[in-house]
Design a protein around this ligand. Structure first.
Ligand code: DGL
Length: 269
């Protein structure tokens, strides 16, 4: 079976890869983390488009049957470029559309919050899509969170202090739901929830994206087939454009099991 290509600026997108591996355990995966160029959240839209379409083209050339953009910064700034780079034969699943679909169905005509990198929030992507579906939107860039989480500062004093600075003023006290608009944030979802009223639902995109992928590709499997296939090893390849000890150590925290990172020579070709 041809693999699913999944990419992010770094290893945060492994939270989405985890949900895909759980939802479609029989499907091979090729993951690409552009660790050489992260953070995308601080890059210009032009540069994000250049990097993202290069990676998507590479994943298509590796034979991927569908591509998941497991990065909000790339999904909100580069989706058109990615789609035209891979052409019509390869479905591209981004992280915004499945979330907007689910949230606007459940929280229509209410105020919905979203936090993400500067590139994601400044693109206005979530705001435009949600407002078109009848939601009000409160959006806030929380640029230091992804770097802190990647550095291992999650569920501790550093992330607590950052969340106090970003969420402590009550900006999201009257939203019905808060979208975690960055694939790093699920690691601090509980800590984020503690800063908000109990009535605010936290929206993690990973499972919604995995479901959208299953729908777009028809890669469902019957339960009994999955039980048989669970015992069979499936190809899972994890490529990064710059391999460091720190990325190798962090990858496991994001994917929830041991991950063998390999260095890719994509940018030196
Ligand atoms: N994981 C990326 C996202 O979802 C953020 C990290 C970065 O800034 O590169 O936007």
């Amino acid at each position: 079976m041809r693999p699913i290509g999944i990419f992010d600026s770094g290893i945060g997108g492994l939270t989405v890869a985890r949900a895909i591996a759980d939802r479609l355990p029989h499907v091979p995966i090729v993951y690409f983390g552009d660790t050489e160029h992260l953070p995308y959240g601080e890059k210009s839209p032009e540069l994000i488009r250049q990097y993202a379409s290069g990676i998507a083209t590479h994943l298509k050339e590796r034979g991927c049957q569908a591509i998941v953009v497991a990065c909000n910064s790339a999904s909100s700034n580069a989706l058109d470029s990615i789609q035209s780079a891979v052409g019509p034969g390869v479905p591209v699943i981004d992280v915004l559309q499945p979330v907007v679909n689910a949230v606007s169905l459940r929280f229509s005509r209410t105020n919905v919050g979203v936090i993400g990198t500067r590139a994601t929030i400044e693109s206005g992507g979530y705001q435009r899509m949600l407002e078109e579906r009848g939601c009000q939107v409160t959006a806030l860039a929380t640029p230091l969170l992804a770097a802190a989480i990647e550095e291992g500062f999650h569920e501790g004093l550093v992330s607590e202090a950052l969340l106090q600075a970003y969420l402590g003023q009550g900006t999201f006290d009257d939203v019905s739901a808060l979208i975690l608009g960055c694939t790093h944030y699920p690691l601090i979802a509980e800590q984020i929830a503690a800063f908000l009223p109990n009535s605010v639902e936290i929206i993690n995109s990973a499972e919604l994206v995995a479901e959208a992928l299953a729908n777009a590709t028809g890669l469902y499997s019957k339960h009994e087939d999955l039980e048989i296939q669970r015992g069979t090893p499936v190809l899972r390849q994890f490529l990064v454009s710059d391999l460091t000890v720190s990325f190798a150590q962090s990858a496991q925290r994001f994917f929830g099991e041991e991950v063998q990172l390999e260095e890719s020579d994509l940018w030196s070709q």
